[in-house]
Design a protein around this ligand. Structure first.
Ligand SMILES: *Cc1c(COP(=O)(O)O)cnc(C)c1O
Length: 364
């Protein structure tokens, strides 16, 4: 069994994906081929935003987004300590100061009730992460942002295709970013990402930033970077996207099966009734995580821990001065969270093996 079986997915769509790759090879437009434009239009429409800008990764998407907002050294960014490193790493790399706010005990997303007390006169933006594929509380977050004149960035790296109050993710805040890393719900065959916005000025800047700040060729309007997406990745994504709605439905079914069979033994994902998660991770929480891990190891079941150490306790952020105990909920969840094998094409036999092993582990 695989934690995410990318091979099985590839075999499902092999003919069309091979053909799409072959088309790019035949065109030899490896960079900025027509697939890039088509992908941007297709995904902007899907998310209900004006602009989608393809780029080289979710991490670079965050970089482009923060650059577009024109934030300055020393500006403070509020975000969650319970996320992948990129959400705070890129602000820090740009000289911005990450300020963490604890998470909600049930959804594991940033707790909007705690945001206001973290705001100072240096705060410029909130990066809200849709953790494990479920949207953060954008109505409340946007209200706070409006009150204090802050930007909002939606880190939807894990939630492309999810829904929140009848809107698709990648449409909240001033800018949204996503990732097409292979293990994300919609993954390409290498690195890839995208930024979404309704704002013409941000879009124009990010299109330029991702290609060395060029306007016309060799005319550099801005200081930029190379953050382009390859045509081959765009071609793969276009083919995979055709199946994505069905995959999202499959993910709901697989998640429900896990939840029905595990909810009496461990804490299963809590999805608010106005949200639809894409389950980038199916993560359970248990105070006896080690028991489950021992059982998995014995039964050869792959697993992952997202995330074992919250960001405020990472060595790279020691300079921020946070101590253990600063964010009790994030720390507690980190100590008991465990991600199970999850992908659209996982079958019932595999899920049953996982479920049996969890239950065995919990009882020891
Ligand atoms: C994966 C991820 C990123 C970064 O995406 P990459 O494409 O891997 O660079 C950023 N934020 C979150 C929350 C992620 O899970």
């Amino acid at each position: 069994m695989n934690f995410i079986d990318l091979q099985r997915q590839y075999k499902e769509y092999k003919n069309e994906i091979d053909l799409a790759i072959q088309n790019v090879l035949n065109s030899s437009r490896y960079v900025f081929g027509q697939e890039i434009n088509t992908l941007e239009k297709t995904l902007a429409d899907y998310c209900g935003v004006n602009y989608a800008i393809a780029c080289s990764s979710g991490t670079d998407a965050l970089m482009l987004a923060l650059m577009a907002l024109g934030l300055k050294q020393g500006d403070e960014i509020i975000t969650t300590p319970f996320t992948f490193i990129a959400s705070a790493e890129i602000p820090a790399l740009l000289g911005l100061k990450p300020v963490f706010v604890d998470i909600d005990e049930k959804t594991y997303n940033i707790n909007p009730e705690l945001i206001e007390s973290a705001i100072t006169d240096k705060t410029k933006a909130i990066i809200a992460v849709d953790i494990f594929g479920q949207a953060a509380e954008f109505e409340e977050i946007e209200k706070i942002a409006e009150k204090y004149g802050l930007f909002v960035i939606e880190d939807a790296a894990q939630s492309f295709g999810a829904e929140h109050k009848n809107k698709n993710t990648c449409s909240f805040g001033d800018l949204s970013i996503t990732s097409f890393f292979p293990a994300k719900p919609l993954g390409c065959y290498g690195d890839g990402g995208m930024v979404f916005t309704d704002d013409t000025d941000y879009a124009e800047k990010m299109v330029s930033f991702r290609n060395h700040g060029q306007g016309a060729k060799y005319e550099h309007k801005y200081i930029g970077i190379n953050a382009r997406l390859d045509s081959i990745q765009a071609a793969i994504l276009l083919e995979k996207f055709k199946h994505y709605e069905i995959e999202i439905d499959l993910r709901q079914q697989k998640a429900e099966y896990y939840i029905d069979n595990l909810k009496d033994f461990v804490t299963t994902p809590y999805i608010k009734d106005y949200n639809k998660s894409v389950y980038a991770q199916f993560s359970i929480y248990s105070e006896n995580r080690q028991g489950i891990i021992n059982s998995f190891t014995k039964d050869n079941i792959p697993f992952a821990i997202h995330y074992p150490v919250p960001l405020h306790l990472q060595p790279c952020f020691e300079y921020l001065g946070y101590k253990k105990g600063a964010f009790p909920v994030a720390e507690k969840i980190s100590s008991g969270i465990l991600s199970l094998p999850m992908f659209a094409h996982i079958n019932e036999r595999e899920q049953s093996l996982v479920i049996d092993s969890v239950i065995k582990g919990i009882k020891k």
